[in-house]
Design a protein around this ligand. Sequence first.
Ligand code: FAD
Ligand code: DHB
Length: 378
Amino acid sequence: MSLLVGIVGAGPAGLLLGRLLQRAGIESVVFESRDRGYVERRQRAGILEQGTVDTLRAAGAAERLDREGIPHDGIDLVFDGAAHRVDFLGTTGARVWIYAQTEVVKDLVALRLGDGLPLLFDTEVHAVTDLDGRPRVHHDGGTLVCDYVVGCDGFHGVTRGLVPGPVHERAFPYSWLGILADAPPVHHELVYAHSRRGFALASMRSPSVSRLYLQVPNGESPDAWPDSRVWTELEHRLADHRPHRGPITAKSVLPMRASVAENLRNGPLFLAGDAAHIVAPTGAKGLNLAASDVTLLAAAFDQLNRTGSPALLDAYPRTALHRVWRAQHFSHFMTTTLHLAPDQSEFDTHLQLARLRHLTASRAATTALAENYTGIAL
Ligand code: FAD
Ligand code: DHB
C-alpha cells in the first residue's frame, strides 16, 4: 500500500470510496462527525440506478441488495387525472432498484468495520491544510497527514469552502413534504403525479413501508400537515392510485435546490457527492451521482497507484461534471414538468401537459426519459 487517502464524511460517497479504494489496495481513513446510528437512520434516497448497483456488486457490497432490493422496470406518470406507464426495460433494457440509502450505508459500514478498517464516528473534521504539499486533516482526535483528501462531507460540510471557484445555483419556488408510513406502497412501481393541486410522488421502502412526497410552499412547517390532511391531499393528487393509509412514522419538509461547484479540486483535495453538487430530488439522481463520482475517483487513484500516471485524476473534474450537468438537466426537466410554480399561468400548465402527453405517447421521448432515469453509463 503506497497511497493514503483521507475521506471526510461517511455518507454513501465516503463509504463507497473507502470500499473501492480497499479493493484497489489503497489505504484510507474515513472521518464522520455524527454517530453510527444517526448516519444509518438518516432518511434520504431510495432509488439506485443500474450503474450504482453494478458498482456495489463489483465492490462486493451488494449481497443484501441482491436479496432485498426491488427491481423496477418503469414508472407511472399521472396527469390529466389518469396514469400512464413509462417502460424503462422495454425501451432501454435498463432498470432501477428500490433499496434505501439507509441500507446502502448500513451495508458499507458493516463491511468496513468487519474488515477492521478505520471509520471514525463522532470525529468532526475542522480543516484541511497544506494544500500545496501533503495535506493535513485536522479532526477532533488530532491531525492526519495524507497523500490526498476527498471531501465527501455533503452540502453542509467543511471541504466545499476549501476549493475556490464559482458555485452555480438554482432555488425552486416550492419544497417537498416527505413522509414515511407503515402502509403498503400505492402501486408496484413509483408514481410521479402532475396535478392542479401540485406535484406528488409515491415511492416505497419495502412491501410494507411507503415513502410519499407532496409539493408544498417554501417555508411550510410540517405541523401544518396533520396526518389526515396528508392522506387527503395524496388522494387528490394521485388520482386513480389511491394510497393505503397507515401510521406516519416520519414527516419533514425539504427545500428544492440545485448547485454545482465549477471546480472540484484544490491541489490534493477533491470534492465528490453532495459536497460538489446537489440536484433537485425529482428523478432520484443525488445518491447515484455520489456513487458515480467516487467510482471515477477510485479508478483514478488506482491508476496513479499502479502506474504513477495522474491522467485520470487530472481528468476527474471535467469527467465528473459532464455527468453531473446531464443529471442536473434531467432533474430540472422533471421538476419543472411536474411541479406548479406559484406564479404559473394557464399557458404554462398547458405546456407541461403537452410535454407529459408527448413523453408517454412518443417512443423516442419515452426512451430519452428512460435513459436518463436509469442512468447514462459512465
Ligand atoms: P451525505 O449523505 O450528505 O454524507 C455526508 C456525510 O459527511 C454525512 O454523514 C455528514 O454527517 C458528514 N460530515 C459533514 N461534515 C463533516 C465534517 N466536517 N467532518 C466529518 N464528517 C462530516 N438521491 C438519489 O439518488 N435518489 C433518491 O431517491 C434521492 N432522494 C432523496 C430524498 C431526500 C429527502 C433527500 C434529502 C435527498 C435525496 N437524494 C436522493 C439525494 C441523496 O440523499 C444525496 O445526494 C446523498 O446523500 C449524497 O451522499 P454524500 O455521501 O455525498 O453526502
Ligand atoms: C425517491 C426520491 C426521489 O426524489 C425520487 O425521484 C424517487 C424516489 C425516494 O425517496 O424513494
